[in-house]
Write a protein that binds this ligand. Structure first.
Ligand code: ADP
Length: 299
């Protein structure tokens, strides 16, 4: 999506972002040296913004063969209004977003390239923006990938306003959790989604059938549960001044996946996720400049 950030009717800075895209960028940056190759699947238009985004993603080392472009479509748009106290308010224009029509033709680039993938990462926002037919196509891809040993990572990212016209929201999330090898959960999202208090949301998360469950809890220690083992608490990194938490969870996911895909344990992966997220919260915007990336090692 196109991001406009600044003061209402004042100067706004243009960028781009979106939850899975942010994760793809951090995963590409952190995984490249270890041989992790990242492809991103979405739909854009053929306008100058869409072209600039594709170019920028390529420069990040992201494979864009699965990006569909359609004449006349435009990327989604969001604004971040920052007030004098640094408080942020988000507004989204997603209705016209090209991404929701990704599965219009047969096969989509993702379906055409599915046999080249070892793993697939998507989120509750990916599910929310797709029509039901698109969600079914996604679940069919997931089934095919897992049948040949591929791994599926699902990040809950529940945004109620995206599901306003959908009474079956828990049905779709239940299916996503049931068909994931690893679930990444922001506890307050799951509490809101299932109408549970924090303690019940925690029990619910731990009872999911996925082999690996990661529970992000802001500045509080991250919890990791691997089937058959006791949960592990992984501390977050202390930050003197939090500037902007946009992209914190997405960068955590990028750091976690970069470590897991290079064979590190879930505990080391959570530390890697917490590390990159602690740096991201000290910068404005979801995607920090490359020069602010840490010299990274797992351990
Ligand atoms: P989301 O962004 O998905 O809502 P969280 O708010 O749980 O998720 O934040 C994601 C990650 O960002 C946390 O797991 C943690 O590593 C990091 N993080 C968030 N807030 C802070 C903070 N105040 N100090 C240090 N790290 C933080």
């Amino acid at each position: 999506m196109i991001e406009l950030r600044g003061q209402m009717f004042g100067t706004m800075q243009q960028n781009f972002g979106g939850d899975t895209l942010n994760t793809a960028v951090y995963l590409a940056r952190l995984g490249a040296d270890g041989g992790v190759k990242v492809s991103y699947a979405t739909q854009l238009g053929r306008d100058a913004y869409s072209e600039a985004m594709i170019e920028a993603w390529r420069k990040e080392g992201i494979d864009t063969r699965m990006v569909r472009t359609e004449e006349g479509k435009m990327p989604g748009l969001y604004t971040i209004q920052v007030d004098d106290q640094g408080e942020r308010t988000f507004y989204y224009w997603r209705d016209m977003s090209a991404a929701k029509d990704y599965f219009v033709d047969n096969p989509s680039p993702l379906e055409a390239h599915i046999d080249e993938l070892d793993a697939l990462y998507y989120s509750g926002i990916s599910l929310a923006v797709l029509p039901e037919s698109g969600r079914e196509r996604l679940f069919a891809i997931i089934e095919k990938l897992r049948a040949r040993g591929g791994k599926v990572f699902f990040d809950n990212n529940f945004r109620r306003r995206l599901w306003a016209n959908d009474p079956d929201v828990t049905h779709w999330f239940d299916r996503a959790f049931a068909n994931a090898d690893m679930a990444m959960i922001t506890l307050e999202d799951n509490a809101a989604l299932y109408g549970l208090d924090e303690e019940s949301a925690l029990s619910h998360a731990f009872s999911l059938s996925c082999d690996e469950v990661v529970i992000k809890r802001g500045v509080d220690p991250t919890m990791v549960r691997v089937r058959g083992f006791d949960p592990v608490m992984v501390p977050t990194f202390k930050v003197d001044k939090v500037v902007d938490t946009t992209g914190a969870g997405d960068s955590f996911a990028g750091g976690y996946l970069a470590a897991r895909l290079q064979g590190q344990t879930p505990e080391v992966a959570a530390r890697s996720g917490n590390k990159i997220a602690s740096i991201v919260v000290q910068h404005p915007g979801a995607i920090i400049p490359r020069e602010n990336m840490p010299v990274f090692f797992f351990g």
